[in-house]
Design a protein around this ligand. Structure first.
Ligand code: PLP
Length: 399
């Protein structure tokens, strides 16, 4: 029998989906499950998005669209960039994709030859590792533990870029930690980046509208505009606009990179569907009250989550200032037992918590930090307090 390609030996299904599916199965079996596992926003976009999609359906041309993305989508995205203070981008700097994941995959293929260096911080969003492995990148991990608030320091970045990776992949706000870099922190990192001209910077900022405490969203290009030639900004409608299933990803960067993504599109997907494009234009250029209101709601939930976790003796949860995740260090539980079973690591911790208390979380090792645990707090608000109470009970019962 013929064999699969060697790269399939490096590709594996998403660890996050495995937990989500176990939780769904237990629920279907009648168990009372509270899921803090999957990172879906749990709200829908405004009616104007559906109205635009319906209108596009009525007027459907049945044709392929442009490989780069419809002009109207690119223009609406350029307007969104302007609201973020990222001015001066033209259609030639931008491209669309089937979600940010697809944009990131296209960028990996467009920027990295097999064996090229790719640097990124841990904890990282799971797919960074998977995509890097599929394209055969030489991965350089930059450990950012809870003791440094899961944030990369300028010295760490300097040492990493001195090894001349082809790409540095940055994520702000972060999935899985919810950490947000302040204006000064971004400025300090940008100063380092300026000194290393051989590296592309891919900045995955898809949670840019979900930032709390007035910290604001800051990008390397805000700090050092001359980096525009090397910084590739990645965005998505999935999280901030409550549209994960619509699959809209966007990028802005140097023309040569946007053109490369356009060429990849011409070979992979041809174009986004017309109806999806109409919905994207409405989301990006219509009223912005849904993302703004949801951000305020997530900030209140964040307060509840962090207070509950930091009240558990030995658990350390740096305060997230964006997205909808918390990432406590739960290593205090390792070596202890629950219901007669010893918990040796994060995976066993998550399995025991799900079994004993019906609470689903994702083990930190899925993000390269096995001392952690990701809590996605997008569940309906009434489930939040009981879910957190169950986690507290679980810790109290450890012996
Ligand atoms: N980047 C980060 C940091 C994410 O958390 C996710 C989704 O969870 C993505 C990219 C992919 O988003 P999309 O739904 O647009 O493919």
């Amino acid at each position: 029998m013929p064999q699969l390609a060697q790269r399939m030996g490096r590709a594996k299904p998403s660890a996050i989906m495995v937990v989500a599916e176990t939780a769904q199965r237990l629920k279907a079996e009648g168990r009372d499950i509270i899921s803090f596992s999957i990172g879906v926003p749990n709200f829908l976009p405004g009616e104007h998005v559906y109205a635009a999609a319906r209108q596009a359906l009525e007027a459907d041309s049945g044709q392929y669209g442009k490989n780069r993305g419809a002009d109207a989508v690119l223009d609406a995205f350029i307007g969104h960039l302007g609201r973020l203070g990222l001015d001066g981008y033209t259609r030639a700097n931008c491209a669309t994709g089937v979600g940010a994941k697809h944009i990131l995959y296209n960028l990996a293929e467009a920027l990295l030859d097999e064996g090229d260096g790719l640097a990124f911080a841990t904890p990282y969003w799971t797919s960074y590792m998977d995509i890097a492995e599929i394209v055969g990148a030489d991965i350089q991990l930059l450990p950012c533990p809870a003791e440094q608030d899961y944030k990369l320091t300028p010295d760490q970045l300097d040492a990493a870029l001195a090894k001349k990776p082809k790409v540095f992949l940055f994520n702000n706000p972060s999935n899985p930690t919810g950490m947000v870099y302040t204006k000064d922190e971004i400025a300090a990192l940008a100063d380092v980046v300026v000194r290393h001209p051989d590296t592309w910077i891919v900045t995955d900022d898809i949670y840019n509208m979900m930032v709390f405490d007035g910290v604001g969203y800051h990008n390397f290009v805000h700090a050092r505009p001359e980096l525009r030639d090397r910084v590739i900004f990645v965005d998505s409608l999935s999280k901030t606009y409550g549209m994960p299933g619509w699959r809209v990803g966007l990028m802005a960067g140097p023309e040569v990179v946007a053109q490369a993504v356009t060429i990849m599109n011409s070979n992979h997907i041809t174009s986004l569907p017309e109806v999806v494009s109409a919905a994207a234009v409405a989301a990006l250029s219509g009223p912005q009250d849904v993302p703004v209101e949801r951000c305020a709601e997530f900030q209140a939930k964040r307060d509840q989550v962090v207070a509950a976790l930091n009240a558990i003796p030995g658990v350390v949860c740096p305060v997230p200032q964006g997205a909808f995740y918390a990432f406590p260090d739960i290593s205090v539980a390792f070596g202890k037992s629950h219901s007669g079973k010893v918990i040796d690591n994060d995976v066993e911790f998550c399995a025991a918590l799900l079994e004993a208390k019906g609470v689903a979380c994702v083990p930190g090792s899925a993000f390269g930090e096995p001392r952690g645990l990701r809590i996605s707090y997008t569940c309906p608000t009434p489930q939040l307090a009981p879910g957190l109470a169950r986690i507290q009970e679980f810790f109290a019962e450890l012996s």
